[in-house]
Design a protein around this ligand. Structure first.
Ligand code: URA
Length: 209
């Protein structure tokens, strides 16, 4: 069964308070989301495998560790996912970045993938799907299905804020996918917004309305 990790480090919670505040403007919002993404990446990569190598320090030879094993792929879901990419890339600069764009057909309610561009070797990478607001979970769920269909077999989901409904859907459909959150909020309102949430993450990141 998937694990759900709420990364409630004091720095993350402090910054999230300013992110949630409706009076925080676009520039500051964007910077804070970027910083929280980097802090979350620090935790998400805690289980990355290491290997021992021998090096020469100026004083002696020493056995020390470097990262080994799977390569990382970041998969932001358009458009709000873009706001967390640079923060993660500062810590994992060698990661490749794929993009997924989805919308739900209002008549059939089926997901329509209007854009997808992925690293060619996603089956060899540990993928971090980035969806800042896990509301109903529909987009993240569909994006993960789409990645698995193309060969992905090692996926984590990273969100800023989730509603219980979204977490339950992803846990049910993807029991192999661990979920990392900065906060698990109370509920969704009638308009599909997370409560208390932060409003529309895409609009707040890009200054649209
Ligand atoms: N998407 C958002 O940007 N905000 C929400 O509250 C829910 C979905």
């Amino acid at each position: 069964m998937a694990n759900v990790y709420v990364l409630d480090h004091p720095l993350i919670q402090h910054k999230l308070t300013y992110i949630r505040n409706k009076d925080t403007g676009t520039k500051e919002f964007r910077e804070l989301v970027d910083e929280v993404a980097a802090l979350m990446a620090f935790e998400i990569t805690r289980d990355m495998p290491l290997e021992e190598i021998e090096i020469e320090t100026p004083v002696t030879t020493a056995k020390t560790k470097i990262l080994s094993g799977k390569k990382i792929g970041l998969i932001p879901i358009l458009r709000a996912g873009l706001g967390m990419v640079d923060g993660i890339l500062r810590l994992i600069p060698a990661a490749k970045v794929g993009h997924v764009g989805l919308y739900r057909d209002p008549e059939t309610l089926k997901p329509v993938e209007y854009y997808i561009k992925l690293p060619s070797d996603i089956n060899e990478r540990e993928l971090i799907v980035i969806d800042p607001m896990l509301a109903t979970g529909g987009s993240a769920n569909d994006a993960i299905h789409s990645l698995k269909k193309r060969g992905a077999n090692n996926i984590k989901l990273m969100c800023l804020i989730a509603a219980p409904e979204g977490v339950e859907l992803v846990k049910k459909e993807h029991p192999d996918v661990d979920i990392y959150l900065a906060a698990l909020d109370e509920k969704l309102n009638d308009h599909g917004y997370i409560v208390p949430g932060l409003g529309d993450a895409g609009d707040r990141l890009f200054g649209t309305k």
